[in-house]
Ligand binder design. Structure first.
Ligand SMILES: [Zn+2]
Length: 272
């Protein structure tokens, strides 16, 4: 089924806003995109669907930034709803692309794995990834240093990102998990594309690894993961609801419970 957002993207438009210093929400009501102002060029994290590209560019402009200043587009993983705008942004601005090396290959060699077929769509927007990421890689630009951690499972090349930002004289660590979705780990999906069961082990290992990270500001790759709009609604006064050092572990707990529930129901795993 073609998702509603690809048919009527204007219904998913939201106002962009600043989360903390240098970090802005420029996504839509369904998929997150973040803009990081490094002081020496803009970094964009995820580009949404191809159909929502105009909303993304408009959000960047409304915040007073020029899309031409985007120097780097970083991707959580190589799925249609996170990489859809990248090809056009690269062509418009000359930005470079960074993505986990396995997903950089996947979007070119196996576009059927971008989840486009599940949306009833074709993926036409493959692009070259100038910066194929490997585990532990560090990206430095201006005042921002992004640490890239390989957290496979949802796809082979999912990456999670961590960086420090100053807020009210405190240094806060911002973190995101590049691939929380369990939709690619069902029996049906793995069987459809002949993918190995070991992806489930990888997913659980990724959760384990992420638990070791301390995160003050958790940003989801979809806004519902960190309740973006609920926080925005109740943001009044001085206390910033996006600063919540307990939320990261709560989110990982939730995912682990859901993953174990899904995997325990699996016939394939039981028969192994
Ligand atoms: Zn995905």
């Amino acid at each position: 089924m073609v998702p509603e957002i690809c048919k009527k993207p204007w219904k998913f438009a939201v106002q962009p806003f600043r989360i903390v210093n240098r970090l802005y929400y420029v996504g839509n009501a369904s998929v997150s995109s973040y803009l990081i102002d490094s002081g020496d060029g803009l970094i964009l994290l995820d580009t949404g669907y191809p159909q929502t590209l105009y909303l993304l560019l408009e959000s960047i402009r409304r915040l007073g930034f020029d899309p031409d200043d985007i120097k780097l587009v970083i991707h959580s993983h190589g799925h249609y709803d996170h990489i859809g705008g990248t090809r056009a942004i690269k062509e418009l601005t000359g930005a470079r692309a960074a993505m986990g090396e396995p997903d950089a290959r996947m979007i070119v060699e196996s576009p059927e794995l971008t989840w486009a077929p599940e949306y009833g769509l074709e993926f036409y927007e493959a692009f070259e990834t100038e910066l194929p990421l490997t585990d532990g890689q560090v990206i430095e630009m201006g005042h921002v240093t992004v640490r890239c951690v390989h957290t496979p499972g949802h796809t082979d090349g999912c990456f999670s990102f961590f960086f420090d930002i100053l807020w009210d004289d405190h240094v806060l660590t911002v973190g995101t998990f590049g691939g929380p979705g369990l939709n690619t780990l069902t029996d049906e999906y793995l069987a459809r594309y002949g993918l190995p069961q070991t992806r489930r082990i990888q997913y659980l290992n990724s959760l384990e690894r992420l638990r070791k990270e301390r995160v003050d500001v958790f940003i989801g790759v979809h806004p519902d993961q960190n309740r973006t709009f609920r926080k925005l609604q109740r943001w009044a006064g001085l206390s910033n609801p996006f600063v919540d050092p307990a939320e990261w572990q709560r989110f990982l707990d939730l995912l682990e419970r859901a993953a174990r529930r899904l995997f325990s129901k699996s016939e394939v795993v039981r028969n192994d």
